[in-house]
Ligand binder design. Structure first.
Ligand SMILES: [Fe+2]
Ligand SMILES: [Fe+2]
Length: 332
């Protein structure tokens, strides 16, 4: 693992280092592919970009519990219920690691939650689509968690230490999520014609929104270049989208479903699949709040926050009581 950059400027010198020295040290850390750690000096833009990206990622994990969570009480067997429960619970855990990673940059957890529930900070557009059948649970695992893996594996080498380390564990769990989705679909595909139709219908509805998860095309993605220069991000949106398509096509063939894109075909020369262009105006609409389930997702999150107020109050009262007790013991 690359060594940390936390040992030099700021820690030892009697006279504080000047900003150009700190900037030069930061630039060297990035150039050498070393990690930036919480106590290291970093440019304000780097800190702000990371807080925004990590917070949006955390919000996506938490909101992402809803579309599948809706099926926990209706799962068709005890086994499916247990798997789904574990998966949705993992997503809560991912949210918590990520909020903690944002806190190492000086962000305040309550403030991030407020930004989410007041609609001032975004989450992934994909979670604004409905889950009308149980096949949606399988397709979300296969496509959405699969896309998350494409996005997140390179983040394990992100330049910011706490984010990169959180991603290592998250990616292991995402890989279980993808497999449980695919395994569920394989089971349904060996069932009745109605079940096979249900799978194909879910594939048709989720394919294009899943391709949109990688964000706008590179030419339209102004922040990407800076994020890549800072090595927060390692691959462009279009590179990751291509990787996802190449990974998914053989899986679809094996499963026996058709991906709803007439332009999809192998390009021998490029060594990749060619594919159609997602409707990016739909992506923009959904990001701006006008997707099929935006209002429902936000209302549910707000209610959960309000209903959880007593838990937060009880935890704070308990912590205060414990602090008083420790204080008393120290004084005795
Ligand atoms: Fe996750
Ligand atoms: Fe996941």
């Amino acid at each position: 693992m690359p060594s940390s950059a936390s040992s030099s400027p700021g820690d030892t010198a009697a006279a504080p280092p000047r900003e150009p020295d700190l900037q030069a040290h930061f630039d060297r850390t990035i150039a050498r592919d070393q990690r930036v750690e919480p106590r290291d000096w970093m440019p304000e833009g780097y800190r702000r970009t990371l807080i925004r990206q990590i917070a949006q990622h955390a919000h996506s994990e938490i909101i992402g519990m809803q579309p599948e969570g809706a099926w926990i009480t209706r799962a068709p067997s005890l086994r499916r219920k247990a798997i789904l429960f574990a998966k949705v619970q993992d997503e809560a855990g991912h949210g918590l690691y990520l909020y903690s990673a944002a806190e190492t940059l000086g962000a305040d957890r309550d403030d991030l939650t407020d930004r989410l529930i007041e609609g001032r900070q975004k989450y992934s557009s994909i979670f604004n689509y409905p889950t009308p059948t149980f096949a949606d649970v399988g397709v979300i695992g296969w496509f959405v968690d699969g896309a998350a893996i494409c996005n997140q594996v390179p983040l394990c080498r992100s330049s910011y230490g706490p984010y990169a380390r959180a991603m290592v564990r998250v990616c292991k769990e995402e890989s279980f999520h993808q497999r449980q989705g695919y395994e569920l679909l394989r089971t349904m595909m060996t069932g009745t014609q109605a079940q096979r139709d249900m799978v194909q219908d879910a594939v048709d509805r989720w394919w294009w929104p899943s391709l949109m998860m990688f964000g706008p095309p590179d030419d339209d993605s102004p922040n990407s270049a800076q994020s890549m220069a800072w090595r927060i991000k390692r691959h462009s949106n279009d590179e990751l989208r291509q990787k996802f398509v190449d990974m998914t096509v053989p899986q679809a063939e094996k499963l026996g479903v058709t991906l709803p894109d007439p332009e999809l075909k192998w390009n021998e020369e490029r060594g990749h699949h060619d594919f159609g262009t997602p409707d990016f105006s739909e992506l923009m609409r959904v990001i701006k709040g006008d997707g099929p389930c935006n209002a429902e997702r936000m209302a549910r999150r707000r209610t959960a926050h309000e209903e959880g107020a007593w838990v937060r109050e009880a935890a704070a009262a308990h912590a205060a009581k414990q602090a008083r007790r420790e204080e008393k013991e120290r004084a005795a």
